[in-house]
Ligand binder design. Sequence first.
Ligand SMILES: [Zn+2]
Length: 129
Amino acid sequence: MNLDNTDQKLLALAKEAAINAYAPYSGYRVGSAILTASGEIFTGANVENASYSLTICAERSAIFKAVNAGYKDFSAIAIYVDSDRDFPPCGACRQVMAEFSPDLKVIYANLNGFQVTDLKTLLPGQFKL
Ligand SMILES: [Zn+2]
């Protein structure tokens, strides 16, 4: 599958965001860029902590930044990791994505390439209150 111009821009911004990751424990620098339904883009990176459970992923960093700026409807998210390994979003991030945009387009990439999917595929049977 090819990426359109917007997807390529999102992925480039995710890659750039990974530069600011704080990942002294895992060594995996992850960046993310989320596109709002109205066209704004917010980025985030993983921020780890010596108390591991306090770590926040790049995806949630970007989403929480967007929500704090008043945006709650998203159309796509790109995630980049500077590794050969595939890093699809973790379960916690999938649930946070589902809170706002159950049909979110998800692009995740590493040093070797990218995958394009959507949240309905990554998180079937989404939990809602
Ligand atoms: Zn996550």
